[in-house]
Design a protein around this ligand. Sequence first.
Ligand code: PFF
Length: 511
Amino acid sequence: MENNRGSWNSNIGFLLAAIGSAVGLGNIWGFPYKMGKSGGFTFLLVYIFLAVFVGLIIMASELALGRKTRKAPIAAYKAVSSKYSWLGWFAVLSPFLIMTFYSVLGGYCIYYIIINLMGLFGGMPDGSSFGAMLTSIPASLGVLLGFMLICFIIVAGGVSGGIEKFNKIGMPALFVMLLVIIVRALTLPNAVEGLKFMFVPGYAVRGGFIEEAPSLITVLGTAGGQMFFSLSLAMGAMITYGSYLSKEENLVKNSGIIVFADTLVALLAGIAVIPAAVANGINNGIPVANIKLNGPGLLFSTLQDVFHNMGTIGGIFGVIFYLLVLIAAISSAISLMEVLAAHFIDKAAEQGKTLDRKKVVLIITAVITVIGALVAADGLGSNHITPAELFKLKVNTWNDCWLDFFDCWSEGIMMPLGAMLMALMIGGEIGPKVMLDEIHNGEHSPFFSKFYRFCVIYVVPAVMCLVLAGQLTDFFGNQVVSYIISAVCFIIFTYHTLIPDWKKLGQDGNE
Ligand code: PFF
């Protein structure tokens, strides 16, 4: 499409941008605590299985869908499918919902950089800064504005001039800072307990850190949700980034590199965060009450206590740590904003108009900031009317916090459902061959083709049903209801979409 869409300058630029999208708060914050909460090592194994058999397949499919159509998600789905053309809307609505709280959390990082910098001149802040910040509406709003301004400048700069440039510097810097923090964390006394917590099966329960091990289905739901979120899948981001990619690039290799790098950073972040938090909460070999490995408390309260306990030098590590989290948050947020920008730019181009990128990004920034301001003012549920009150519906995962409410819809429901439907579209309606032709672009790899076909037709839909069931269990607090809903979903979609096309695929012979 000859318009102002833009493209990547180089494959490495694309890779760093895609890794930047994937590496975010999900890795540094979500992964360590979900791993801890969900049984440590078991979670890791399930996560890796899902990343290879589901994540890699959806990653390659999304990049291929974008590159094949050269369009943003809504137009891309319309171009290849008649039954699932509406699926693109999921991929635009979810990034918007995610940005409403991602922007707030990104703002919190700016706040923590500032207070740690100030701590260098005396009076290192401790974990109680978190409560102080949450209840200070001007502070939360101020840093939200700061975060959105940075994102605006980068996205308005364009695909290669803004997003690619930022990631080319930001990603290597993030990696180096992460290594510095790991070295500091692992040299703290008792850090080894944190490593055991992560890597020794059953240690989280035996060591007294969590009360009981979760069921396998809960682990699957948590790991599945985490994997999609972490790899930026089913959100349109990879379709959009793929749409700027040159036809020459190898999508199998690129997808593998992105999945590997994201998983590596998640593990490294776990090794940086968990041992520090655990070491800090251990006294005479016994975990003291309140090692908060869960929720926002881990990043903004527990870890700040760690830096506080190091004295003034802690300020330096604090600045490095929150700067690295900020870079991770920005590199992901800009990909979410690019999905929205690309949609409007492409839509205008279809009607023969050329939109000014800066204006489009400005409007997107303004709308996200307004809704983000509501989440910021809510202070993670400390203030105001709760979602449960407003909707007269009590649901486990979002009773009293607007951040959880938006997260639950986007990460909890739309992502697994979107991925499942994408697999049904590829496996059933359009056929894996169409995707494989784009993925390989001339250079066929028989092994990957077989692996891809098998996974996209059988593994992904089945696993996604279980993941959805796990997420819904969290949602409703009742496993039976969740299984029933997911099974019904699966049966309806299979019956209406897959079966007629499977027959057709069979008649086509081995494509
Ligand atoms: N992958 C990001 C993280 O791990 O924090 C979050 C994210 C970014 C999700 C972009 C979805 C997306 F499209």
